[in-house]
Design a protein around this ligand. Structure first.
Ligand code: ZN
Ligand code: ZN
Length: 336
């Protein structure tokens, strides 16, 4: 019989199939395919993008020219724009504001023929350093409350037009609802137990059947109530609410574990599309209404959601997910 599992971190329920075996061939998905048309993100094509807002460069190289390992530019077709006032206002009962924010592209490598999991540890460390630098810079913009960093790998995950390896960053004047839910669950647990809910979950998962990878600073596991087949979470072992406060040593270990789990995913399933996102705490603004235990009760993490099954009317209607691969089986496949 299938099971219904409650996600202790969000309060939502997932229907989990009953199965003991999974073959990658059970899933029909569009495998990652590299386009070879003109690409604005390749080294030497810097003039084809808006000017860079950040880059990690070789000594002696000039901005907006070649000689970089990571380059951050504004999205040339942004969903939100950095100029202007928020203009918070009402329209009857409804709340409204201007589309102010930031929408940036983090070009993870100058090479067109490398995906994130194919980068060396020092190259992936540079990508993480770029994330940190952009978050710290945008934290200084008092209009912004949240920075969301995410990645769409492969057409099935939303990367329709571009196959160069990039992440996207959106600075937002509001905290996303999904994060707010996590924050409130963590706050309530802390109020009851005076412990971080994530630290408690990690303790269990480090010993359990859902563990996928681990090093001195990080752990990766398949969450108990995974919504997607082969879903993975990557968490710092020591408590920290803010990703941008990561130490230099932790950056390298994060690069190591991320490379490891993304390679496992790629090899096990054969180039599946996936979405990766940073689940970070919001900026602590005086008027944002956040509580004073937020640094103790929230624990940043990465979420990796392979997109190998379709989300259907059932999920959209109920926000219940059906997962055909129990996380215990996923972990077994991913860490042979
Ligand atoms: Zn390219
Ligand atoms: Zn914690």
């Amino acid at each position: 019989m299938s099971q219904m599992r409650k996600d202790i971190l969000t309060g939502s329920w997932v229907i989990m199939a009953e199965t003991n075996t999974v073959r990658p061939s059970d899933f029909q998905f569009t495998r990652f395919l590299r386009e070879t048309m003109f690409c604005p993100f390749c080294e030497t094509n810097e003039a084809a993008t808006p000017p860079e807002v950040f880059a990690i460069r070789n000594p002696g190289s000039s901005p907006n020219g070649p000689g970089w390992s990571v380059r951050v530019v504004s999205n040339s077709n942004p969903l939100l724009r950095i100029e202007g006032e928020l203009g918070r206002r009402a329209e009857g009962f409804h709340d409204l504001m201007n589309g102010v924010g930031a929408h940036e592209i983090i070009v993870e490598t100058p090479r067109h023929d490398r995906s994130l999991h194919e980068l060396e540890v020092h190259e992936l460390s540079d990508v993480i350093r770029a994330y940190v630098a952009r978050i710290i810079d945008l934290e200084g913009d008092k209009r912004m409350r949240y920075v969301l960093i995410f990645k769409n790998h492969g057409e099935g995950a939303g990367a329709h037009t571009i196959s160069h390896s990039i992440s996207q960053l959106m600075a937002l004047a509001v905290t996303p609802r999904s994060l707010k839910t996590k924050l409130m669950v963590a706050r309530d647990y802390f109020a009851l137990k005076e412990r971080c809910i994530y630290c408690d979950v990690l303790q269990q998962e480090l010993k359990g059947r859902r563990l996928i990878a681990e090093n001195a600073d990080f752990v990766a596991f398949a969450p108990f109530a995974s919504r997607f087949p082969f879903e993975m979470g990557v968490f710092p072992k020591s408590h920290s609410s803010a990703f941008s406060r990561i130490s230099p040593g932790q950056i390298e270990n994060l690069a190591r574990i991320l490379r490891d789990v993304l390679q496992k995913l790629d090899h096990t399933l054969g180039g599946p599309p996936y979405n990766l996102s940073l689940q970070d705490r919001p900026f602590l603004r005086p008027r944002a209404g956040y509580w004073n235990t937020i640094e103790d009760d929230f624990h940043w993490h990465l979420q990796i959601l392979p997109q190998i099954v379709r989300v259907t009317g059932f999920e959209w209607a109920s926000w219940f997910f059906y997962n055909p691969v129990p996380p215990e089986i996923a972990a077994q496949c991913l860490s042979p």
